[in-house]
Ligand binder design. Structure first.
Ligand code: GLA
Length: 687
């Protein structure tokens, strides 16, 4: 069944998803103009829609185009900004035609009327999702003898147009190290608002997505337009609320202000995907739409249960010895842990954060016989084996840096700013990615490593590539280099699973999720702080990708004391792991932890694969006939969500019966127990 329709008389194109429609028109001048993004329309209805008049009769700043360029009376955010070799700028479109492939992809081909610039707008829709994927290809159509390069000053993947309404709000996240994905919801100013990362990674400080509503959406009701960028490097999303009646626009793509990239004759550049979803049913429904899309169209192995992990970082820091790791592995296995991950500190001279990055061989003093004996022991204990790596980095105090000081991002006559005593290797260089691939391939092959935690702990500074004629392309090509190494590694080792990490959640995005299995979303493991961080992460990303560890109390970061079941329950809302120093846990604590791990395994299919509903101080998951509620706070009746009125549920523990109608209105009676920070897991099954 085709989901894309073309009305030749009016040059109108209609894209349909299961519950939404998207319409655009090629105007008489050849420019792709926006018509509609919202509730379903027929072709006839879409054809009857007028274009926004920003380009003609009014002085609106946002003109309602599918991709904004410079030229003519356009004064909104230029999402494609180019300079030709003779210094001229701007684009005057010529429409060359379009293709619809498999009824689900649309490619609109445009070129400039004079200059050798070609451009294709890509759209893709799916049968099982309301998410529309958009991206752009820019081509230099000239010849080497006649034409110089075209400089791209900005090249967004797409512009989304949203009907302007009074009270328009924006929802996004802000954050920092140990405090990622803090949700913010504010009325949009009548202005341009830019959300961006200039750090070379998508960053802790804002996650590359934006939701827009008319000021009336709640968790359960209302129209929400959400946009998410699938990119792990620097990025920019500019929202523009126009006070003269133009649509609310959201332009987004890779790169940040002030950085350009040249395309040479014959060369092309494809942007990452900037995906969008219109949904009715509030922010909760918007999130579930993204969760399902990520499971069905982004993750490499969506259906595989994420293992219960033990990670040694908080227990041993950089003091990684076979003896210490063995002691932890023994106890982890006894608790029911399925995968044991040795974090930072196992390699080179890495006994603190000043040395060793780049020297990826086991520390010769601590592991004179290599990693083999430890890997064997972990396997004998019935667990998989994982290792921490940070391939994009080097310490100046490393053999690698002494051999290749030119491999790092740097600029002539500029200092090499160290952050965490480390420098960034230029993954835009093929010799660097080849080196990285080779040692990673060797390491994984030698011990059939099951899992890598791929970390990236610092932002770019002095991001130069001396000697390269277009060095600024490293802002894009570094990220592409990282993607290429991971993709090649996964291809060569199909059993390998990867956790994405960047000093916690500094690179949690769809670009990484397309090639990793889960994300370390924050170095803050304090269960109370985690609730907020996890809430922000869950706006877009599904629970199965959210690594969450139970660590020690008092928490090493915050000093806060919390009970063991509470720490477990909060971590059980994602992919459970343990990161505490088990060698100091008492026998009663270990016994309780063993039971809690078993409890998690019993709810894992519902948490990891179910539909997620965020409730007040609780999260509800539903899969098939099973329903799980993880709640904290105080005893109360907790109204649930998403149930069919006539169903009846039975509490798996107590046998109590609950009518769905009552669970939806009065609520689930919660008995969390007493003490400090009470919490509970309730398991219900449909009768
Ligand atoms: C980063 C990660 C941590 C840990 C350390 C090791 O901060 O986010 O989980 O791996 O690096 O140095």
């Amino acid at each position: 069944m085709s989901r894309i329709f073309f009305d030749a008389a009016s040059h109108t194109l209609l894209l349909t998803t299961p519950a939404t429609s998207y319409a655009l028109r090629i105007d008489a001048e050849g420019a792709p103009r926006h018509l509609h993004w919202g509730a379903p329309l027929t072709v006839e209805q879409a054809t009857a829609l007028p274009t926004y008049d920003g380009l003609t009769s009014s002085f609106a700043s946002t003109s309602g185009e599918e991709i904004n360029v410079e030229g003519g009376p356009r004064f909104g955010v230029p999402s494609l900004l180019v300079r030709y070799a003779n210094g001229a700028r701007g684009v005057e479109w010529h429409y060359e035609g379009h293709e619809i492939t498999d009824g689900s992809e649309l490619h609109i081909h445009l070129r400039d009327q004079h200059y050798p610039l070609g451009c294709t707008l890509h759209y893709a829709v799916h049968d099982d999702s309301d998410i529309i994927e958009r991206s752009l290809t820019v081509r230099h159509l000239g010849t080497a003898d006649e034409d110089g390069p075209i400089e791209m000053l900005r090249c967004d993947a797409a512009v989304w147009s949203i009907p302007s309404r009074s009270g328009t709000r924006m929802t996004h996240t802000v954050g920092q190290w140990t405090g990622e994905t803090q949700l913010r919801r504010t009325e949009a100013p009548y202005a341009e608002t830019t959300f961006t990362s200039r750090r070379g990674v998508s960053g802790h400080f804002g996650n590359p997505w934006l939701m827009v509503d008319a000021g009336d959406a709640t968790e359960t009701h209302g129209d929400v337009w959400s946009t998410v960028l699938a990119w792990s490097g620097s990025w920019r999303i500019t929202a523009h609320r126009d006070h003269t009646g133009g649509p609310f626009t959201v332009a987004g793509g890779g790169g940040h202000d002030g950085i350009s990239r040249r395309i040479q004759p014959g060369e092309s550049h494809r942007t990452p995907v900037f995906a969008g979803q219109f949904s009715q049913g509030g922010f909760g429904a918007a999130s579930r739409g993204w969760h399902a899309y990520i499971a069905n169209h982004v993750l490499p192995h969506p259906d595989e249960p994420r293992p219960v992990i033990y990670n040694s970082w908080e227990a041993t820091g950089w003091h990684v010895t076979p003896h210490g790791q063995r002691a932890l592995a023994d106890r982890a296995a006894d608790l029911g842990v399925e995968l044991f991950v040795v974090d930072d500190g196992w390699f080179g001279q890495r006994t603190n954060d000043r040395a060793g990055l780049g020297d990826w061989h086991p520390n010769p003093e601590h592991f004179p016989d290599g990693l083999g004996p430890l890997v064997d022991l972990v396997r004998r204990l019935g667990m998989g084996f994982g290792l921490w790596v940070e391939p994009e980095m080097t310490n100046p105090d490393s053999d690698l840096y002494r051999r290749h000081p030119d491999w790092v991002l740097h600029m002539p006559h500029r200092r090499r700013t160290e952050l965490r005593h480390q420098l960034v290797l230029n993954f835009a260089r093929e010799d660097v990615t080849e080196w990285a691939y080779k040692w990673l391939d060797r390491l994984v092959a030698q011990h059939t490593i099951d899992y890598l935690k791929w970390d990236m702990n610092r932002a770019f500074t002095e991001a130069g590539w001396p000697g390269h004629p277009d060095g600024e392309r490293l802002w894009t090509d570094h990220t592409r280099g990282v993607y290429a190494v991971i993709d090649r590694l996964r291809h060569a080792h199909p059993g390998l699973r990867i956790e994405g990490c960047a000093g916690g959640g500094g690179r949690a995005d769809l670009g990484m999720l397309a090639r990793t299995d889960q994300t370390w979303i924050s170095d803050n493991t304090d269960a109370v702080d985690r609730i907020t961080i996890q809430h922000g992460y869950s706006q877009i990303y599904p629970a199965r990708t959210m690594s969450a560890w139970v660590t020690d109390s008092p928490n090493p970061h915050t000093g806060r004391t919390t009970p063991l079941p509470y720490r477990f329950h909060i971590a059980m809302t994602g992919a459970l792991g343990i990161g505490g120093d088990l060698s100091h846990w008492s026998q009663p604590e270990l016994d309780e932890a063993r039971e809690l791990v078993a409890l998690y395994k019993s709810i894992r299919p519902v948490v990891q694969f179910g539909r997620q509903y965020r409730l007040e101080d609780a999260v509800q998951y539903m899969a098939d006939d099973r329903l799980v509620v993880i709640a904290w706070g105080h005893d109360r009746d907790l109204p649930l969500n998403g149930l069919s009125l006539d169903d009846v549920y039975v509490d798996e523990l107590t046998g109590a019966e609950h009518h769905a109608a009552n669970l939806l209105t009065r609520g689930l009676p919660l008995h969390l127990g007493g003490g400090d920070r009470p919490s509970a897991v309730v398991r219900l099954t449909k009768q």
